[in-house]
Design a protein around this ligand. Structure first.
Ligand SMILES: [Zn+2]
Length: 330
């Protein structure tokens, strides 16, 4: 820890100078945000060019934090460009008697991580540059390779799943070389036969009493199933209830679950990055038994959505989303 601090002090003197010039035309000084994706990406890339942390990791942490803030009551909603929320115990230091401390010297004294990134003499957890600079410095104190960043993330979040999710987001951003990846689409192509209705919470017969956690889209065998979002293929394989199923995590930290498939798209593997509209598998009736079991019910795609809030994951009704994507397609 001591060694890191010394490096930071040297860097800081340089930074006050560099940052105050490089960020001048941006939102950093309180102007209206007109292109949040572009401005955010600019900040991440600037941090990479100054400190060597790949921009897509900063983007991934920011996006992860944005996704959990939406579904967590204990995380305040942030108004600026950057969604990363560093709690007072980390920012000001665990033993700091003042949880609102913005004085860099006393924060440093109490081993808080908060730093001044915009050169105004304050380490303000509400300031985008201070927060992003602080996170960048924290990561760089562990190193610049993927393994180093994963260790830093584990030390920060203490949750393996979170490390996984952020690493997945980073891979998605790296592949498409942009953070503007908001497009979503309906899983079945326009013009093909299918039908579905809202079945959230219906009772299920097979395998004991279970609630139906998803929407069934009925279609004929072999109808192509497409990814609804940009995402990372997290799970592929057999599950006794879902049969051949694929689980894809989107940048909203939602796990999209596609079940009862007849088969997968041949070239697809766990760890692949997909985009909306990309074929991932084919409608079938697999499931409700040992691997290969099929035909116990009419062919359909079971589509589920699960949100992770950084602590736990739960299912919610995908029906309204499917309707929205279907309307947008017309
Ligand atoms: Zn179903």
């Amino acid at each position: 820890m001591k060694k890191i601090r010394i490096n930071q002090n040297i860097t800081l003197i340089l930074l006050v100078f560099i940052l105050s010039f490089t960020f001048t035309p941006l939102h950093a000084f309180g102007e209206k945000i007109e292109d949040p994706y572009g401005e955010r990406q600019y900040l991440f890339e600037k941090m990479e060019s100054l400190f060597g942390i790949p921009w897509y990791y900063l983007a991934a942490i920011d996006q992860y934090e944005r996704s959990i803030a939406k579904v967590r009551k204990d995380i305040p909603v942030k108004e600026g460009l950057i969604a990363i929320y560093i709690p007072p115990s980390k920012w000001t230091g665990f033993l700091n008697p003042n949880p609102n401390d913005v004085e860099p010297k006393s924060i440093q004294f109490f081993n808080g991580m908060g730093l001044d990134g915009n050169g105004d003499g304050l380490a303000d957890p509400k300031n985008d540059l201070d927060v992003l600079f602080t996170m960048t410095q924290y990561l760089s104190s562990y190193g610049f390779k993927e393994e180093d960043i994963r260790i830093a993330l584990w030390e920060y979040y203490k949750r393996e799943k979170t490390v996984e999710q952020i690493s997945q987001f980073a891979k998605i951003y790296q592949k498409f070389d942009t953070i503007f990846l908001t497009k979503q689409s309906f899983p079945i192509s326009k013009g093909l036969q299918y039908s579905y209705r809202s079945t959230w919470g219906d009772a299920r017969g097979w395998g004991g009493r279970r609630m139906h956690e998803g929407t069934d889209i009925f279609a004929s065998y072999g109808t192509p199933v497409k990814s609804v979002c940009y995402g990372y293929v997290e799970v592929m394989g057999w599950n006794i209830y879902g049969g051949w199923r694929v689980g894809i995590r989107g940048l909203d930290n939602i796990y999209y679950y596609y079940a009862h498939l007849a088969g997968f798209e041949k070239s697809m593997r766990i760890g692949d990055i997909v985009e909306p509209g990309q074929i991932i598998g084919y409608v079938g009736s697999s499931g409700y038994g040992k691997p290969g079991t099929q035909g116990k019910f009419p062919p359909h795609l079971h589509f589920g959505m699960y949100i992770d809030n950084g602590r736990t994951e739960w299912a919610f009704d995908p029906y309204p989303y499917l309707r929205k994507w279907e309307r947008q397609r017309k």
